[in-house]
Design a protein. Sequence first.
Length: 415
Amino acid sequence: MLPPASSSVAVASLLVVDDNIVQRIQVVALCRELGIDMIYEAGSGAEALELLSLLVLPPDVAIVDLEMPGMDGIELIERLHERKLAIPLIVVSGREAVLIDTVETMARNLGIPVMAGIRKPLRRESLAAALEGWDRERAGPATAAADRAALPPIDPGELAAAIASGEIAVHYQPKVDMARGDVCGVEALARWTHPRLGPIGPDRFIQVAEEQGLIHALTMAVLRQAFGDAARWRAGGLHLSLAVNLSPRLLDDPSIVRELSQLLEEHGLDARRVVLEITENSLVDCMGVALGVLARLRLKGFRLSIDDYGTGFSSMQQLARIPFTELKIDRAFVHGAAQRTNLRVILQSALDMSRQLGLVTVAEGIETLPDWQLVRDSGCGIGQGFLVAKAMPVDELPRWIEAHEARLRELGTSE
Ligand code: C2E
Ligand code: MG
Ligand code: MG
């Protein structure tokens, strides 16, 4: 008879792949304690694949040991990918944490969800914590990517019409001072609500705008709204810095400097309160005209930020060559950094370098309290992420800020 489950998880079936029989029995016992009914076992990668080929329904989760004779855990993950079996995984190993991190990243890049990477011995608490995230993982990135691929392509004509008719709205995501917790600025993010297709994210339409020669019109539409909103906030006594994303394609034409300055003047704003975020990826071929444009924007007082830092190929030379004032660390190095050594090391070295260059540092994609604490304790100045708030429509922002400040006062973290 099974021992009674002292707490149970939503997972109904699970596969344990481990060549060590003693450890496998221990894991199976832990899973039973957690109330999982259907537990399959395999002593090697090959055995696991054979078993999976016989099952009508794949298990909800697989716990995979990395080191096994014959087909190891890494090869098993590759084979699962080949067979399009995106079973959520828990990767376990007695080896160093960085190695487990690497395999986790590899699996995710292959579209296989990873619920956790755990160093052996596997304990009840860490297994329970990993299994609790199962529902979320099931609906997670692999599904989202598949959903995106299934979406209809963007019609450039419709996008052009949407820009002209004001269908592109600007939402604002708060940026907070990590030490004090108060809101110091917002990032303007474009949002398109298509009359038939509903909301379409910028990840889908910015690239189309760039390729179809619509990015200038789109950016001006975003800037006009954002500068107008910032002017109204200022008039109402709300002083926020405003970050806007600037496509590198716009840096090829020197007239952008004049257009930006004119727009700023029309709204009576101060360039020093405006941060222009430029993605790091695009900086690789940032030469000649673009460098001149960036230098002149800086002369006018605009702040310049390297967006998504760490995902592109910026060399130290580029960092030194372009007059940036801010480094914005990509969420790939922030999300999960509290648990993963290699991310933490990269994050810390980016922060150290930024400090030495005298730049403001922003960490994006902070979703959990441990990541928030890590980023704060590592000396990052500004944070942004779903833990604080998602991007919101303009009319929600003042109310959100008020509530946020009230919360801070209650917690006694702000003067
Ligand atoms: P970005 O500039 O790096 O903006 C941050 C993105 O990360 C936003 O996605 C934001 O909603 C998302 N984000 C913020 N916090 C979190 C978090 O904690 N977790 C996760 N998973 N995501 C978080 P969004 O709004 O979908 O924008 C995607 C990208 O589209 C932006 O990335 C930016 O590169 C581009 N973009 C957006 N608006 C514009 C625009 O007006 N002009 C240009 N050129 N690009 C834009
Ligand atoms: Mg940005
Ligand atoms: Mg970014």
